[in-house]
Design a protein around this ligand. Sequence first.
Ligand code: P5A
Length: 441
Amino acid sequence: MRRSRFFLPTLRDNPKEAEIVSHRLMLRAGMVRQASAGIYSWLPMGFRVLKNIERIVREEQDRAGNQEVLMPTIQSADLWVQSGRYNDYGPEMLRIKDRHERDMLYGPTNEELITDIFAGAVKSYRDLPQKLYHIQWKFRDEVRPRFGVMRGREFLMKDAYSFDLDYEGARRAYQSHFVAYLRTFARMGLRAIPMEADTGPIGGDLSHEFIILAETGESEVFCDREFLDVDLLGRDIDYEDPAALAEVVDYFTKLYARTDEKHDPAAFEAAVPEARRYQGRGIEVGHIFYFGTKYSKPLGARVATPDGGETEVHMGSYGIGVSRLVGAIIEASHDEAGIVWPDEVAPFKVGLVNLKAGDADCDRACDEIYAGLQGAGVETLYDDTPERAGAKFATMDLIGLPWQLIVGPRELKNGVVELKRRATGERQELPLDAALERIAG
Ligand code: P5A
């Protein structure tokens, strides 16, 4: 993409309304624009990152054996009346009437709807287990939407739902999600720690939040510092092997990690030596629940059992805050000059900077490099504008692409380009071929 054609409304100054760094940087880097309180439009730069996060989430869901569906954003109130949550959910639920005066709502989550879909289709234990997910916009009329996309009213969530014959099966489903989440967040360059958590309006009796440590986080957390050093599963795992899944989950759940609602100071002191006790704040990027028959009972999700009887299925639900992750990744990865995108989620891999646009030699060289990168499938933002060098460098640092490839008259004369790695600030002059090799490697 040529910068001269790219819709990239950057801001030089910090917007007043933004309280935390990720919100400031997202507005300054032209990623989003507020439509109304807690509701955002995603501009090209932001949308590319959102799509990359969604892709990683989807790949890891598919790898874990979950099947993708797509449920609507607007739901009928009927199922929520049946489950008892229509009243319980309170003012956070956006309630709508259609032209026939029927009660509808903009879904804050999908337990009721998916249970109804399941109940209408599955009648026998032979068709179990099932794990379904979708990636869809949600609406929660939060009292205090803030921090940009981190606590929005409209936000993108990946929500998965599991259906099993009994507790044992449901526990395996829970464990496979636990492991899939470790992998998902590790691929985004994040250290997301699984912590024992409260279940809130979703309900149930087993729950973990996946939390990134950050001063600006809304949750207060307590954990063993061992979490700060261990490998949070950047490796492959066989989802068909329950023992392998259980081993990973056992390891992580033995270490103390709890949010403030579950924190027990005496247990913390007993479990963790003083030097390893960590207390701080964190951002919740995922939340998983086991809630047994809480929804299958009122919504009639029953299956025939092998002994000729009938039983309600055991369920869990598993959420990832896809749009929240865009902000959370920036909170975890930035410096004073701007965003530092981890490679896997970056909106472009390379920023190609033409230091003297309009100069025939520079233009020719840059056009060739740009065509070559595109041909090789390397996503590139080519700054072909006539702006001065200082401003171009500042923008490149602000938008945080992993590599900057800088080409000017002096470099060309010497037969080199300058390559900068955004994360380390390391700069190197080298022949073009060598630079392209480093980028590809
Ligand atoms: C699990 C999936 C649920 O809703 N039902 C379906 C369960 N869980 S949750 O914890 O309430 O939400 C899941 C994740 O969504 C993100 N999230 C938000 N992101 C941005 N703005 C919000 N207002 C918001 N509320 C929740 C969080 O990442 C949360 O972990």
